[in-house]
Design a protein around this ligand. Sequence first.
Ligand SMILES: [Cu+2]
Length: 126
Amino acid sequence: MKFINVMLAGLFVLFSAGLMQAETNSRTNLNLAEITSETGEKTSFKVYGNCGMCENRIEKAAKGLEGVTSASWDRDAEMLTIEYNPEKVNVMDVHKAIAEVGHDTKKVKADDKTYKNLPGCCKYRD
Ligand SMILES: [Cu+2]
């Protein structure tokens, strides 16, 4: 009988330890999620373009970079808004990636050859 009590006590200790461990894990995950959202930054800058095709091209180029979590280009204002993790990507890389697909940004100009290959409706320079 005494033996069974010891066994039960032992099981109880193991069980409690398991629960505490599980709680610690979920707390750690929560903290990581908080840190990630705290380091996420948002910024907007000028990106030249015309149409819906431009919008897709610009957003795709920005989102193609690791660390960029969202990208939205406003056709009327010709402004791109991105959310990104500054530990993984810097904004200058985003400017470069967009210029590489043919769109001038406030800081980086697309080269003429790439620009000439854009569809007619996307030619934004005059
Ligand atoms: Cu276009």
